[in-house]
Design a protein around this ligand. Sequence first.
Ligand SMILES: Nc1nc2c(ncn2[C@@H]2O[C@H](COP(=O)(O)OP(=O)(O)O)[C@@H](O)[C@H]2O)c(=O)[nH]1
Ligand SMILES: [Mg+2]
Length: 238
Amino acid sequence: MPQPFLSVVIPAFNEELRISDTLSQVVEYLTAQDYEWEVVVADDGSQDHTARLIGQVIVEHPNVRVLRLPHRGKGWAVKNGMLAAQGEYRLLCDADLSVPLAQVERLLPPLGPDCDIVLGSREAPGAARIGEPTRRHLMGRVFNFLVSRLTVSGLADTQCGFKCFRGAVAQDLFQRQTMDGFSFDVELLFLARQRGLTFAEVGVDWYYRPQSKVRPVRDSLAMTLDLLKIRWRHRTPA
Ligand SMILES: Nc1nc2c(ncn2[C@@H]2O[C@H](COP(=O)(O)OP(=O)(O)O)[C@@H](O)[C@H]2O)c(=O)[nH]1
Ligand SMILES: [Mg+2]
């Protein structure tokens, strides 16, 4: 198979309610494009029917594959998916399609900025947050404030599950990622800045989806602690 232009990496954990719909929408969109593509689903030990449902899609679509991993969290799944992907560009795309896949066009050439990493952002110009409860938005804003003070400054939204990496930098960057949980994005951006990589935010339309896997109190506290761990772990560039 020739090198794909785009790899879509989808982390999935206990996603039986939406994974079938998501994969059919993703495959439908990609099939209509005039470039080579692949989908890598990273399932780290779902305990529901996710694995079986992904299996049904794989049989019909050879460009879709799955990594079955032991359970360690979203960051771990994304890392493995990105390292297994082959694309010239590699998109992280959450399984709930909070950002509909067609918006990848805002991130990729020729429309997107000419950068190593392009971040889908719910706060950059042109962005919209649709249907999000105020409490959830506030939690996100507090976390962003902490990120900008403690770890990576100057970004309006580091947590959106829609980010595109140049394949050429993904290999080196994801190999160095150590955070297995929800703060892996911040670590990647911290490492990217240390290495002098270029990145930019692009506004996307983000639709709130219920049934979040993020537990508000427990995960927020763990993520805040992670911000300090990231600084400490990478205090000297490797
Ligand atoms: N593989 C894997 N994916 C996860 C895990 N936790 C969350 N995800 C995925 O990460 C994405 C974002 O999760 P979601 O619950 O929508 O988080 P939110 O949008 O931040 O509220 C979805 O694709 C989830 O399936 C995990 O432990 N392992
Ligand atoms: Mg979500």
